[in-house]
Design a protein around this ligand. Sequence first.
Ligand SMILES: [Zn+2]
Ligand SMILES: [Zn+2]
Length: 407
Amino acid sequence: MTTSSGKDKAALSSHPDKVPEEERPTAEIRFKSVQEAYEILYDDQKREIYDRHGMSAFNGSGDPGMGGAGPDLDDILAQMFGGMGGMGGMPGMDPFGGMGGMPGGPGAGPRKSRNEEQDYELSLVDLYKGKTVKFASVKNVICSLCNGKGGKEKAKAKKCSTCDGVGYQEVIRNMGQFLTKATQPCTTCNGRGSFFSDKDKCKKCKGKRTVESKKMLELYIPPGSKEGDKIVLEGEADQVPDQEPGDIVFRLVQEEHPVFERAGADLRAEIDVTLAEALTGFSRVVLKHLDERGIEITHPAGKVLESGQVLKVAGEGMPIKRSDARGDLYLIVNVKFPDEKWKPSPAVLEKLNEILPKPDAPIEAVIVDEVEYDPKGNMQEFGSKDTQDGSAWEDEEDEEPAQCTAQ
Ligand SMILES: [Zn+2]
Ligand SMILES: [Zn+2]
């Protein structure tokens, strides 16, 4: 193992004698913590306590169960070994390689195996109502026959001669222009420091220490959950011997809904209202909610509705998790005018004209031109004519006499 250089460096930079006087009290605490970190690292019993209960079990005295906070061992280790964090980042590990799931040396594995994260896509309806999903998960579990030992009951693992039992090998790497020394888990014993000979291997797991197992898992998504929420199935990730199993973490992703749009706990939807309804009022179901309920609106006669007007329905938005409260529903009115299929008789039109409000006072002008127009103008053409272009001007000149003769 190449821990000594790391230890010396960390201990040295923290040693009270090496820092300015005003920083000494802090440095003393730190120096003690670094020593303590090493004690824990190299004492199997203490390591096990740390793995189970974390740094709070030690608290400066080196004895478990004292209470009170001290510098975190993880932090100290992270600083010593370049921010790998946790026991997972083994001292002396190749700084260029991946850290995550690498096995630690004998008795020095990460205290928790890797979490498994994945997206879980679901509809707005499911998020509104909440949902329980059952699924089968295949994961590695500690072999029940050998209890994760990997060998037969009475068999003793043989010390690995490749790494001399430490679980690590030093390798020289060519990093472009210079050579660097790095350590990596021993390939012969997979970083264990020892292994069982073929005849001593556990019959069930064949020495691998874990076996695949199928388990039914249940995922509960409470009503009101939203995109980005994480549902954690604690300890359901692959089991790794000597480690606490990690979690399966689902990150919720919401599918788009054809009618509703969500912002926080609020919902918005467009509703179509006919011109007659907009003018005369109505009472009907305007929308089917996410739980299939019809939402009925009664709009009084004589209160004209405009396109784009917003009807806010309090308490009809999304449920808010762990409460009885709900967001609001915003209904955006879209007034549907009659289309070309509407063929009213002249008498009806005259009647309408008579009934509906008249235009404001006429606009007075000295010269009045009656113009032609395209009833289907396209605003995408707006601004596309080059005003510097002389020919456009000439065309207009040409057209004008033609227009006069036609009249
Ligand atoms: Zn086994
Ligand atoms: Zn080995």
